[in-house]
Design a protein around this ligand. Structure first.
Ligand code: SF4
Length: 449
């Protein structure tokens, strides 16, 4: 099917912030050619699924969403269908063969060229592009996501790909080797976002702490943080994802120096057992992780830490799992993304000789998550009665006349307030803590007097 004029494009995003960011760039680039972004899939002339392969569930979901669009197409709907992202990278050729009604398949490195790819598809061709681009000249997209710039916070990518080889992870295979984006380009994007009203910048990459290390003369990650903090109007800086192995003293010191750096850090630990960490090829120990936490807390006593954990990794014994449980308490994580090990095609962990037991992993996951919930609740409740400063991000998803703001430590507070508070810093008293959020009331009069 050919599409003579650009129409409406709908991009469905699965997975992580990197994918959400890529989606924004796709919308921005296609917008240059006149493609109008829509949130309504029924209106779209071009549907792109930006996919995630990190977990089986996400892959299954994408096949079912794709199946729905393919059915509509078979029934006569005029629509171009594309699959982008990590599943496209992994299954490129196979997807094209399996789904003859899919017009376009491209991996994460196809994003900078999406205009050309869509042009070819609109001309009536089927297109597959899973080539990795040259790292030295990687064309980071500088166009702003039209939707990102209308919010109070925005993501800014600082690198692509990953040079680590964590044995459970598919990212190095789908997103390729690491390339650091030139810092001047990053700072320019931050300035443009601030000019659009953005106050909170989240720097994103697969392993932000290794930013710039392989590029002679480039800023380090710590130096980048200082440079972003120097931009007038940047009120808050967050970043993700951090790898403990590359967390340097200079980044820890930034928590002492930079008030813009928020008091929340997501620092994935994955396991509390050194033996498991070794099999995961994480290249740090539990002791090193705890030393980093001590250093961070010395620099920023109110720092709230969240983490990623995989339970039931191949060969994980009861004792090794208990070490993860004791680490959870020792650090006092306020939140975790926790999963049971899932054998993903293409990951090195499939070659480990140690086995795993899905049922045992399931039981361990329940125990971990139960304890995490208790800790999360204790943390939110510890704020009850306190006055905290939040940046108001939007309307509450559940209650009318209620807005939601976030503290620097990432506590979500819902409180009665009008929509004109969005984008403002407001003092609220926390009245009730729940597991993932809290309720509060504003303590300054609406006039600001
Ligand atoms: S650091 Fe490890 S877990 Fe993170 S993207 Fe790279 S390989 Fe995957």
């Amino acid at each position: 099917m050919a599409q003579s004029e650009p129409g409406k494009v709908y991009v469905h995003t699965f997975g992580c912030q990197m994918n959400a960011y890529d989606t924004g760039k796709i919308r921005a680039l296609l917008g240059r050619d006149g493609w109008e972004s829509t949130q309504d899939p029924d209106q779209a002339d071009l549907v792109l699924l930006n996919t995630c392969s990190i977990r089986e569930k996400a892959v299954d979901k994408m096949h079912s969403v794709l199946g729905e669009f393919r059915r509509e197409k078979r029934e006569g709907r005029q629509v171009l269908l594309g699959v982008a992202g990590c599943v496209a990278q992994m299954e490129g050729e196979a997807l094209m063969k399996r789904y003859p009604d899919v017009d376009l398949v491209f991996g994460p490195d196809g994003v900078p060229h999406v205009r050309k790819l869509v042009d070819e598809v609109a001309a009536g061709n089927r297109v597959l592009d899973t080539t990795f681009l040259d790292l030295e000249t990687y064309p980071f997209v500088t166009d702003l996501d039209p939707d990102a710039s209308s919010g109070v916070g925005a993501f800014v990518t600082i690198q692509k790909g990953c040079d680590n080889k964590c044995t459970y992870c598919i990212v190095p295979a789908t997103r390729g080797a690491e390339a650091s984006r030139p810092s001047e380009q990053i700072l320019d994007e931050c300035r443009r976002l601030v000019a659009e009203g953005v106050q909170e910048i989240t720097l994103i990459g697969q392993n932000v702490n290794s930013y710039g290390l392989k590029v002679p003369g480039e800023r380090t990650f710590a130096q980048l943080l200082y440079a972003v903090a120097d931009i007038p109007g940047v009120e808050r800086i967050r970043y993700t994802t951090s790898h403990p192995r590359d967390m340097g003293d200079d980044v820890i010191a930034a928590y002492r120096d930079l008030p813009q750096l928020t008091s929340h850090l997501h620092l994935p630990v994955q396991s509390g057992s050194n033996k498991v960490l070794r099999r995961m090829k994480r290249f740090y120990t539990r002791e090193r992780y705890l030393r980093i936490v001590d250093g961070l807390r010395e620099a920023r006593p109110d720092l709230a830490l969240t983490t990623d954990v995989i339970v039931g990794f191949p060969g994980e014994t009861d004792e090794q799992f208990e070490e993860t449980m004791t680490l959870l308490d020792e650090v006092g994580f306020v939140g975790s993304f926790s999963f049971k090990y899932s054998p993903r095609p293409g990951t090195p962990s499939l070659r480990l000789k140690e086995g795993y037991d899905d049922a045992v992993s399931g039981e361990r996951l329940i125990r971990y998550q139960d304890r995490q919930r208790e800790l999360s609740l204790a943390w939110t409740r510890s704020h009850e009665g306190q006055v905290v400063r939040v940046l108001v991000e939007g309307e509450s998803r559940h209650d009318e006349g209620v807005v939601a703001g976030r503290t620097g430590s990432n506590l979500m507070v819902n409180f009665p307030g009008s929509l004109d508070l969005i984008g403002q810093f407001v003092d609220v008293r926390v009245t009730r803590g729940f597991t993932h959020s809290s309720r509060g009331e504003r303590v300054t009069p609406p006039t600001g007097g």
